[in-house]
Design a protein around this ligand. Structure first.
Ligand code: SAM
Length: 248
């Protein structure tokens, strides 16, 4: 996968791309990430990327010319151009999975009050939002997207199993995890995890994942792939577990 990021603050990416999984994936050649300074696509002395909004109002708007030029310079036939925006389609694990099969992602990071609408109309294939809140720039959103997508690329994680078991990987929240020591400040690790009985461990984990999802994110159960055993277990939970009050 090739990722081209366009930003007015390219240095913001230096540290996050130099640690952990993103660093390893880049070193292994699984992903090639290039960060491009939007100001390199300006032609005036001050390298201007923003201007006042037509019609008045607070703040500045990112000018269309440098963004068009940057995307035109980087775009390939296989490119998918994404504008990070709070107005976009919600970025979820399922969307991350979709993105993982794209050969070239071009990520456009907004700043100020956003980007001139003609960018969204002409050069962007889709807008993606990382959640229903507004942050001050698209850089952190682009990093969230890359953190989620790159770990899905073949060969990045040691065990592909951990992807399936991750929260949301199998449509449910993940079961609770424990490590040594087996007893800590009076809190014991559940006995089944120390038993060496792999079938029982699998069953316990599945039931814990179902119970957690039922208590914390019951909405996920509507689309999770559930077996007949899962459904039976959930039926037993109904009534036995008090769900947190839903926000209206
Ligand atoms: N005035 C804009 C609006 O209401 O839609 C928000 C502009 S925001 C302050 C500046 C930039 O941050 C946006 O252009 C976008 O690139 C990025 N951004 C803010 N919130 C985001 C979110 N939830 N998801 C993705 N990008 C976001």
């Amino acid at each position: 996968m090739r990722v081209d990021i366009i930003s007015i603050f390219p240095d913001m990416f230096t540290s996050p791309l130099s640690y952990g999984l993103l660093k390893r994936a880049r070193e292994a050649g699984v992903v090639n990430i290039s960060v491009h300074d939007l100001r390199a696509f300006t032609h005036d002395k001050h390298r201007t990327v923003d201007d006042y909004p037509f019609g008045g109002g607070p703040g500045m708007v990112m000018k269309p010319e440098p963004v068009f030029e940057a995307v035109e310079a980087l775009r390939r036939p296989e490119s998918h151009v994404v504008l990070l925006s709070p107005q976009g389609r919600l970025f979820t694990q399922a969307v991350a999975q979709e993105m993982a099969s794209i050969e070239n992602l071009i990520l456009l990071c907004g700043r100020y009050e956003g980007v001139d609408e003609r960018v969204a109309l002409q050069v962007v294939d889709e807008e993606l939002s990382i959640g229903d809140y507004v942050i001050s720039g698209g850089e952190v959103a682009a990093l969230v997207l890359m953190e989620a997508v790159v770990r899905l690329l073949p060969g990045v994680l040691g065990s592909p199993l951990s992807l399936e078991e991750d929260s949301l990987g199998w449509g449910l929240l993940e079961y609770p995890q424990y490590t040594r020591p087996a007893e800590f400040r009076g809190l014991d690790v559940p006995q089944v995890l120390l038993s060496g009985d792999h079938a029982q461990v699998r069953l316990w984990r599945r039931e814990q994942a179902l119970e957690r999802t039922y208590k914390r994110r019951p909405d996920l159960l509507e689309s999770a792939p559930l077996t007949a055993d899962d459904r039976q277990f959930l039926k037993k939970l109904e009534g036995a577990v008090t769900l947190p009050a839903r926000e209206e």
